[in-house]
Design a protein around this ligand. Structure first.
Ligand SMILES: [Zn+2]
Length: 274
């Protein structure tokens, strides 16, 4: 599933090509990929709209339009948002096509259909519960180690589960939770509320380092993730623990362990992470 670095890569790539453009046509191949409002209303409302900015919040791509409207894209498990020449053959599982006034096409493709498109003002989307309340951005310079400590305090859940909880911290998924915990030398199955301030400080730094490095390397193409041009990221070559259960730890050489936490597999080193 695309996480913060992958979504950030797509948003940053699209920004210079989308800002200032107008959406002149929208066609849905699979109507229910639009979760809010009704698909007909979505198509009708988005056509003729000028794009004013492209950003990211958690794992959501926010394409801002005039009148405070936001076209929200969540890539789910296998979503791909791509900017192409309209002559490019339309691949299977393309669920939405947006024609732009410069002749380019923005396409949303999603074989597994866990992704979604939303349209509305931010407050309308919140009120309709189309978008959940998200925790702070872990790479925001204003989000300090003390803030993370406050988020963990009194939580009886395991650290890994809290890292995956989007209302606690936004944008972290299975890949970067495992990578950050390894870098911070913390086991994923420790109780979040029992971490010392010192441990939380280490984890805060590890989250920033892991996420920023992955953005620099244009994300991890561990499954179907591709950037806005259809290219692979490079961070998958550099992952330390994710997807490496049973393989030797790069630090100590012992085999990496696998546990299930919050329904997700977690890979860690029993020797290096305490
Ligand atoms: Zn190790």
């Amino acid at each position: 599933m695309p996480e913060l670095p992958e979504v950030e890569t797509i948003a940053a790539d699209l920004r210079p090509h989308l800002v200032g453009r107008t959406i002149v046509r929208c066609e849905l191949g699979f109507r229910t990929i639009v979760r809010h409002p009704e698909p007909e209303v979505f198509v009708h409302s988005v056509v003729g709209m000028l794009i004013t900015s492209v950003g990211r919040r958690g794992k959501y791509i926010l394409i801002k339009l005039v009148d405070e409207l936001v076209l929200v894209v969540h890539l789910g498990m296998s979503g791909q948002l791509r900017l192409v020449d309209p002559a490019t053959p339309l691949p299977n599982h393309t669920h939405a096509v947006f024609d732009l006034d410069d002749g380019k096409q923005l396409r949303y493709r999603d074989p597994r259909r866990f992704g979604r498109l939303l349209l509305g003002t931010e407050s309308a989307l919140r009120n309709a519960r189309a978008m959940p309340r998200l925790g702070p951005e872990p790479i925001d310079p204003g989000f300090g180690a003390d803030d993370l400590y406050q988020r963990f305090r009194n939580r009886k859940a395991l650290i890994k589960a809290v890292l995956l909880d989007q209302s606690a911290i936004a944008g972290v998924g299975n890949i970067y939770a495992d990578e950050s915990l390894h870098l911070a030398r913390l086991r994923p199955d420790r109780i979040a509320g029992r971490l010392s301030k010192k441990s939380v400080r280490r984890l805060h730094e590890a989250l920033r380092v892991s996420l920023l490095l992955a953005i620099k390397n244009r994300g991890s193409s561990v499954d179907s993730y591709r950037d806005a041009w259809g290219e692979f990221g490079e961070q998958q070559e550099r992952l330390q623990v994710y997807g490496r259960a049973g393989e030797p730890c790069f630090t100590c050489g012992r085999p990496l362990s696998l546990v299930r936490i919050a329904g997700r597999s977690s890979v860690f080193c029993r020797h290096c992470q305490r």
